[in-house]
Design a protein around this ligand. Structure first.
Ligand SMILES: [Cu+2]
Length: 340
């Protein structure tokens, strides 16, 4: 069982460190955005009293809040002067409690939805040892550039192991997911995750967060009944993500919602800079709502000039009302230090 008491987010970069690194430049534009809202633009979710208890999260075996700052860099080896990052990923089925009323059989990777956030640097050799402990056949199909035999579309049957090995390229924020038909079913049930390829020189220091949007089609009718950030509905509505005032946040956001052609991602009371697919070191645009088709993902950077609790959600408000809803809890540096 995970020990939740130890799973507070790490102490982020101090404001001084960020200033030194030149990473704090957003405050002015964020204030200028002037989007302070006295009332939330989205009505309170209409599903009554369905929050997941701490006990349920422990039973599920993963905590969405812990996933927010959990990056798997693999085991590092050097072969012929080449850096190898080796990952172990196992597919299986587990029952997860989505809320007080609903248990759901998820198909997942390393016991969690989304699967582990695999993180490498461009040019690394990536070796993923994929074991399928589930009764159904599954695969891992990575986005990025690689040869055909590493494309992850050939079934890995129950009890079998497949090694996927390729060079990490190009840098950006990518993903992996199962590619067994019907892919909608295999993805909807939880077989997906982020694959971050850092640029060779890295990015400026920031408090880095992961949010993966998903949907659950509970009755197999090709419509989602519940929506989530990091696997569980409304979990960040009930337990906001703590961040620090005026500190640069780098958000890695992925849309893995099947059946809905596209969703948006919106944050309250602020603007963010968009690095589309993470394929650039300079922002492509600045906005407060961005449209993402399935499998689209972006890096969003922002800093909150005011303390307080601020919503984030898709602006398809019915999707937000069905579980894809969260808050950032913006703390002063002083209260952050006290809380940690
Ligand atoms: Cu699958």
């Amino acid at each position: 069982m995970p020990n939740f008491s130890r799973r507070h987010p790490r102490i982020p970069w101090s404001r001084r460190q960020l200033l030194q690194a030149g990473a704090l430049s957003l405050g002015g534009s964020a204030i200028a955005a002037g989007l302070w809202q006295r009332r939330p633009s989205v009505a309170a979710p209409h599903i009554p009293d369905i929050e997941v208890s701490k006990e349920s999260l422990e039973r599920n075996g993963f905590d969405p809040l812990q996933i927010v700052r959990d990056f798997d860099y693999g085991t590092v080896y050097y072969e012929n002067g080449r850096r190898i990052r080796e990952f172990r990923v196992e597919a299986d089925s587990t029952v997860i409690q989505l809320n007080r009323a609903i248990d759901y059989v998820s198909w997942n990777l390393n016991g969690r939805v989304p699967g582990p956030t695999l993180r490498v640097t461009e040019g690394d050799r990536v070796r993923v040892i994929f074991h399928n402990a589930d009764g159904h056949s599954h695969t891992l199909h990575f986005h990025g550039t690689h040869p055909e035999e590493m494309d992850g579309v050939n079934p890995v049957r129950h009890g079998k192991t497949q090694v996927y090995e390729f060079d990490a390229q190009p840098y950006g924020i990518h993903l992996y997911h199962c590619h067994i038909a019907p892919v909608t079913r295999h993805v909807e049930k939880g077989l997906y995750g982020l694959f971050i390829v850092d640029p060779p020189g890295g990015r400026p220091p920031a408090d880095e967060l992961v949010l993966v949007m998903g949907g659950y089609d509970l009755d197999n009718d090709k419509h989602n009944e519940l929506y989530v950030f990091n696997g569980i509905p409304n979990v960040f509505r009930d337990r906001p993500i703590p961040i620090v005032q005026n500190q640069l946040v780098r958000l890695y956001v992925l849309n893995m919602i099947e059946f809905d052609p596209a969703v948006t991602f919106h944050i309250h009371a602020n603007f963010f800079r968009v690095y589309r697919t993470g394929r650039s070191l300079t922002p492509d645009e600045e906005t407060d709502v961005i449209t993402m088709g399935t499998a689209e993902r972006h890096i969003l950077e922002f800093a909150y000039p005011f303390t307080g609790k601020y919503m984030f959600h898709p602006h398809q408000d019915h999707i937000a009302e069905l579980g894809c809803m969260g808050f950032f809890d913006v703390l002063s540096e002083e209260s952050w230090q006290k809380a940690n």
